[in-house]
Ligand binder design. Structure first.
Ligand code: PEP
Ligand code: CO
Length: 449
């Protein structure tokens, strides 16, 4: 590790999972362009999220981090963004109402375009092709030409992130997220389902609580917390050239912030202690996360905490465990204990998606709703046993009525997977499965309090 950090000090370490850009001059040109563009978020916003996550670390709030596995250049519409926000707001309402603690809302959105891959190639229809690495890098069409990394895509990802963030800011500050509109967040195809009806009940109670406050003489109009929400953005900081180009020095504090998103995380494939991703993120002031897979050792986690959060700032580091439903008890408990005993004020979040993926008989990559719930249940129980706070969940979802994950109240079956399988990468929960999950998580967390 370099003693002195700079936005480019990562370049002296090995960076895993970087695309093989065919033309370095073109890459440099795109990165220079991005470096000259305005930041997407401000340092002050990243600090607000840090403070909110500090509350999660101390057990006084809950983190809901959710969105696409990979955003798409093709599915780029206002409706798409709105529906994703809508289901996240619904989930947050259910969780807040039931647990009685604030829910910190962080989207996997407005920048989640680059994907790490287990293999450099994939075989489609018997033909071996370079792997698809996210729309920020190449095109998923199954041809050799489409798979060539194109640095113009970095610029396109920047612009799509800017527009997405702009709409999210408008929705969350301009009336869409107003608590007086809780009923409007229920989508038509969800309203008549069991979880939709359950949501209507919660929404009705929130409405009555607001009416009660007004009847008591509280002027609910003047409280902005009832009319607006703080919604933050995040993505995996995978392509370090892009992240460096958006890293700016804050004029207020003199510290460096990666202004591509409020929060960045390190993936399970790029978390080498002496690697470039850890080196890069240790120097930015944003709250950061790191995925923790099933083979993680206590020594590794403690070194990671020391490297990424030497000052032990609560909320600075979120450890996102993704163990697999059967491995939480054995894999996670020793880590929780070690981090707790070392006094590191981390946020523990559960990603119940990435270690529960398998290929269905028709070749579709999928996950079963029951495995997802089982992993979260074991996660909450492990924290209860260690007397630590199960701080949050990290999930892949969409507001649409897709059929990508099996099970849930509507019992999506292997045969159903072909009906609406639209993800550009991993299978996501649909709106009904997401709401169903929120109710179950709310019960688990309430019991843990
Ligand atoms: C992801 O979050 O989409 C991902 C690739 O996760 P992981 O790094 O945990 O495999
Ligand atoms: Co994924």
């Amino acid at each position: 590790m370099n003693a002195r950090w700079t936005p480019s000090s990562w370049q002296s370490s090995v960076a895993a999972q970087q695309p093989k850009w065919p033309d370095q001059n073109e890459l440099e040109h795109s990165l220079k362009q991005i470096a000259s563009y305005p930041p997407l978020v401000f340092a002050g916003e990243a600090r607000s999220l840090l403070a909110a996550l500090g509350q999660v670390a101390s057990g006084n709030a809950f983190l809901l981090q959710a969105g696409d596995c990979a955003e798409s250049f093709e599915e780029f519409t206002a409706v798409n963004i709105r529906e994703k926000l809508r289901v996240i707001l619904q989930m947050a309402l259910v969780l807040t109402y039931s647990t009685g603690v604030p829910v910190v809302k962080v989207g996997r959105i407005a920048g989640q375009f680059a994907k790490p891959r287990s293999s450099d190639t994939e075989t489609i229809g018997g033909v071996e092709l370079p792997s698809f690495r996210g729309h920020m890098v190449n095109d998923p069409a199954p041809h050799d030409e489409s798979r060539v990394p194109n640095p113009q895509r970095l610029v396109q990802a920047y612009h799509q992130s800017a527009s997405t963030l702009n709409l999210l800011r408008a929705f969350t500050k301009g009336g869409f997220a107003d608590l007086n509109r809780v009923h409007a967040w229920n989508q038509e195809f969800v309203t008549t389902s069991a979880e939709g009806l359950r949501y209507e009940q919660v929404a009705g109670e929130v409405e009555r609580a607001l009416a009660f406050m007004r009847a008591c003489g509280v002027d609910t109009e003047i409280h902005s917390a009832l009319h607006q929400v703080d919604f933050y953005t995040s993505h995996e900081a995978l392509l370090l050239g892009y992240e460096e180009a958006l890293t700016r020095q804050d004029s207020l504090t003199g510290n460096w912030y990666d202004c591509s998103a409020h929060m960045l995380w390190i993936g399970d494939r790029t978390r080498q202690l002496d690697g470039a991703h850890v080196e890069f993120l240790r120097g930015v002031g944003n709250p950061i996360g790191c995925k923790i897979g099933p083979n993680t050792t206590t020594d590794f986690v403690l070194s990671l905490c020391e490297t990424l959060n030497p000052a032990r700032v609560p909320g600075r580091l979120t450890l996102i465990s993704r163990m697999g439903a059967d491995k939480v008890e054995q894999g996670l408990r020793p880590l929780i204990r070690a981090v707790r005993d070392a006094g590191h004020p981390v946020v523990w979040a559960c990603d119940p998606m990435h270690a529960n993926t398998f290929t269905a008989s028709n070749g579709r990559k999928t996950r079963h709703f029951d495995d997802i719930i089982r992993e979260i249940t074991s996660f909450v129980l492990a924290h209860r046993a260690e007397k630590t706070w199960p701080g949050g969940i990290h999930i892949e979802l969409t507001g649409d009525n897709v059929t990508e994950c099996l099970g849930g109240a509507e019992s999506v079956s292997q045969e159903d997977l072909d009906t609406r399988y639209e993800t550009v990468c991993d299978p996501r929960l649909n709106a009904r499965q997401s709401l169903d999950l929120a109710f179950r998580v709310a019960e688990l967390v309430r019991a843990a309090k």
